[in-house]
Write a protein that binds this ligand. Structure first.
Ligand SMILES: [Zn+2]
Ligand SMILES: [Zn+2]
Length: 297
């Protein structure tokens, strides 16, 4: 992305965060800020920008390799950009879903979910380790399809930019047709919530249709307000712990496993999985909650 554009977009985002915090503190809009939490989130973004500058070459190189082995060649046209938008958003859905369902990528993504607050600054909690562990690889097929690395990375930036404004409690529900097609603050509040009903749901980037089609869509309910954070909150504002806590936890568990099945399950299984069956996963929490609901019904 052109550097001055990136700079102005950054200034715009920081201004929006400041405005939301001030209006929230004055009770004009619904927004709860805790300065330590916001500082931690902004530090995560600063670290993420630094890591991206250092490592984008890895991602660019991989996408360039795919582009050089493309099966079709075309010039970018308006139609090609529309197709790229849809394919990128579809890829984002699966990247994001795998990031929640496979611990190896969850360890890189969990930092986006570790805040127990939900405001525009939460969007700044971005990964430090994603590029290194290959979370960009789902985009390789787009290179084979003939999209240049520059076009793919530009579309990824547009998608992420769209997602910034979703991180707010100030916007309740938007018109039904918009909520049906697009990702909205309401849908993304569900994604950041640890209520059993909401765990591992609403993975969309821009288009909500993927969650509806692939069975991961849940609507926000007034009688079940989102509780933000993860199943086991880390209770820290230390950016280093926010970035690496799940990697460290995985490392210490791997040292204790004594079988290949245990190793594969601990590293690539559902987050929370344990070889001895004692693990707590999103699925087990949801199943227990359903059982409790049925007994009380
Ligand atoms: Zn997520
Ligand atoms: Zn988010």
């Amino acid at each position: 992305m052109h550097l001055s554009l990136a700079y102005w977009l950054l200034i715009g985002r920081v201004s929006a965060i400041a405005l939301e915090a001030v209006l929230g503190a004055r009770g004009v809009i619904r927004a709860h800020y805790e300065w330590k939490d916001t500082l931690a989130s902004l530090t995560m973004r600063a670290g993420n920008i630094a890591v991206n500058l250092l490592m984008t070459g890895i991602m660019f190189g991989g996408l360039q390799w795919a582009y050089e082995h493309r099966v079709i060649s075309f010039e970018m046209s308006a139609l090609a950009w529309v197709v790229l938008f849809v394919l990128d958003d579809f890829t984002y859905y699966w990247f994001h879903r795998i990031s929640h369902e496979c611990r190896f990528w969850w360890a890189a993504h969990v930092n986006h979910h570790s805040s127990q607050h939900y405001n525009l600054s939460t969007a700044a909690r971005q990964s430090w380790t994603g590029i290194l562990v290959g979370t960009w690889m789902p985009w390789i097929p787009l290179g084979f399809l003939g999209f240049t690395p520059t076009a793919i990375l530009a579309m990824q930036s547009i998608n992420l930019f769209y997602q910034f404004w979703l991180h707010t409690e100030a916007v309740d529900r938007l018109p039904g047709w918009f909520e049906a097609v697009f990702n909205t603050p309401s849908h993304h509040r569900v994604h950041h919530a640890s209520n059993p009903r909401y765990l591992d749901r609403n993975y969309a980037g821009v288009l909500m249709i993927w969650d509806r089609w692939f069975g991961t869509f849940v609507v926000e309910r007034a009688d079940d307000p989102p509780r933000y954070g993860i199943l086991h909150n880390i209770e820290t504002y230390n950016p280093l712990r926010i970035a690496f806590h799940e990697w460290l936890a995985m490392g210490s568990e791997v040292r204790r496993v004594r079988s290949l099945r245990g190793f594969i399950g601990t590293v690539f299984g559902l987050p929370g999985w344990r070889a001895d069956g004692s693990g707590v996963t999103s699925d087990s929490v949801r199943a227990e909650w359903r059982r409790a609901m049925e007994t009380t019904a």
